[in-house]
Write a protein that binds this ligand. Structure first.
Ligand code: APR
Ligand code: PHB
Length: 384
């Protein structure tokens, strides 16, 4: 088998890259380890930056996002018993975020791919990549395949095979946080129209949503917390305490713990293998950046691949350096939000006051609020 671009991983990064290449008449084969159902049901983040919304439109798949997504022009910071709104759109010349689940983005991309009749293979196993050949081998429906190509896109997430295949040439930058997030999805109306990021002595809490009928909430917890040990009532009571109000309650239909980590490898490429998305970097979810950063990577990579077929390989050569500039901006923002909003073990009252002062300054100073807003709605995607 031969193709131009072999895409390992059918998450948001791999699927969006495939779509961008399709629109440039560049062939690709996407191979995904899981089945379609699993990939579409996996519960992940739900905030699309302005540039991700624009990209969904650019690739012709913004329809359902506009119909079902919720556009938000602000977020709330809640601390010391009071809420403070950050007017995202006012502070960023009208840019906004849209609440639309990652799995909805994935559904839209999968449907488009299958409708175009282009190769997207689920349930593959034994995936191995040879970055110098370049070549990908795998098993699908009991048969082994060899896929020769010009470029391998490593879009196989944090636990994939692409990053380990070039581990020898990579430098790892990493930080683990001594806490996790206990997240729930529940059948009830959100308690606030906009997202609420709450700082509290007992720990961080976040109020988000998926629709007008589905609430998404998170509580800072121990990193190895067992979600099943939390009764629904205990979760709601703790949310009430941390938000300092009675939140709407409803049937909890999903409960899980998310670990918190910052992680980057450099460089994001070696020979003919290019890493994108979670395969190359992870952020703690406090800035809602994971999905959006994956999209920024593949936007840049698609343009670089396109240029290379036109005889200019400078974009591919510079891919890692260019992608990493934005990756580190996002890393800093996510780390900053995380540090400002969470309680760390051993934090004393001095630290509590310092965090509250930082939050108050962010809420009151136009300069600082603008810094939060422009990072939150997201830096523009770079094509070259
Ligand atoms: N071969 C093929 N596919 C693989 C392999 C493999 N060896 N290993 C992993 N995969 C698949 C996973 O099953 C998954 O569907 O690669 C896909 C990677 O998708 P994501 O983990 O969603 O990563 P990415 O596409 O980079 O998107 C980043 O995901 O973790 C969230 O918050 C993060 O929203 C962000 C987004
Ligand atoms: C979510 O809705 O899942 C969500 C929202 C904002 C975040 C993280 C997750 O910062």
């Amino acid at each position: 088998m031969r193709t131009q671009v072999a895409i390992v991983g059918g998450g948001p990064a791999g699927l969006m890259l495939a779509r961008l290449l399709e629109l440039r008449d560049i062939e690709s084969v996407v191979i995904e380890r899981r089945d379609r159902e699993y990939v579409q049901q996996r519960v992940r983040a739900g905030v699309l930056e302005q540039a991700t919304m624009d990209l969904m439109d650019e690739v012709g798949l913004g329809g359902r996002m506009h119909a079902e997504g919720l556009v938000h022009e602000g977020v709330e910071l809640r601390f010391d018993g009071e809420g403070h709104r950050i007017a995202l759109s006012e502070l960023t010349d009208g840019r906004a975020i849209t609440i639309y689940g990652q799995q909805e983005v994935v559904k839209d991309l999968i449907e488009a791919r299958l409708e175009s009749g282009l190769p997207l293979l689920f349930d593959v196993s034994d995936v191995e990549v040879d970055p110098s050949a370049p070549r990908v081998t795998f098993t699908h429906r009991g048969e082994s395949h060899v896929l020769d190509c010009d470029v391998i896109a490593g879009c196989d997430g944090f636990h994939g095979v692409c990053r380990p295949a070039i581990a020898d040439v990579l430098t790892v930058y990493e930080r683990e946080y001594p806490f996790g997030w206990l997240g729930i999805l529940a059948h009830c109306a959100p308690s606030s129209e906009e997202l609420v990021y709450a700082h509290h002595r007992r720990g961080f809490a976040l109020a988000s949503m998926r629709s007008h009928e589905i609430t998404r909430m998170y509580l800072q917890c121990e990193p190895d917390e067992d979600a099943s040990e939390w009764s629904d009532d205990a979760i709601w009571d703790e949310l009430d305490r941390r938000f300092g109000m009675q939140v709407n309650r409803g049937e909890v239909f999903e409960k899980g713990v998310t670990p918190m980590r910052s992680f980057v490898v450099e460089p994001m490429q070696h020979q003919r293998l290019f890493l994108a998305g979670d395969a190359a970097h992870i952020v703690p979810p406090t800035g809602a950046k994971g999905l959006n950063t994956a999209m920024a990577d593949v936007y840049l990579l698609a343009h670089a691949i396109e240029d290379s077929y036109r005889g200019d390989s400078s974009g591919l050569d510079a891919y890692s350096a260019r992608a990493l500039e934005r990756v580190w901006r996002v890393q800093h923002f996510s780390w900053w939000m995380t540090s400002m909003l969470h309680r760390f073990a051993g934090d004393d009252d001095f630290q509590m006051k310092i965090q509250q002062s930082q939050l108050l300054y962010t809420a009151r100073s136009t300069a600082q609020a603008t810094a939060l807003a422009e990072n939150y709605v997201g830096m523009p995607f770079r094509a070259r």
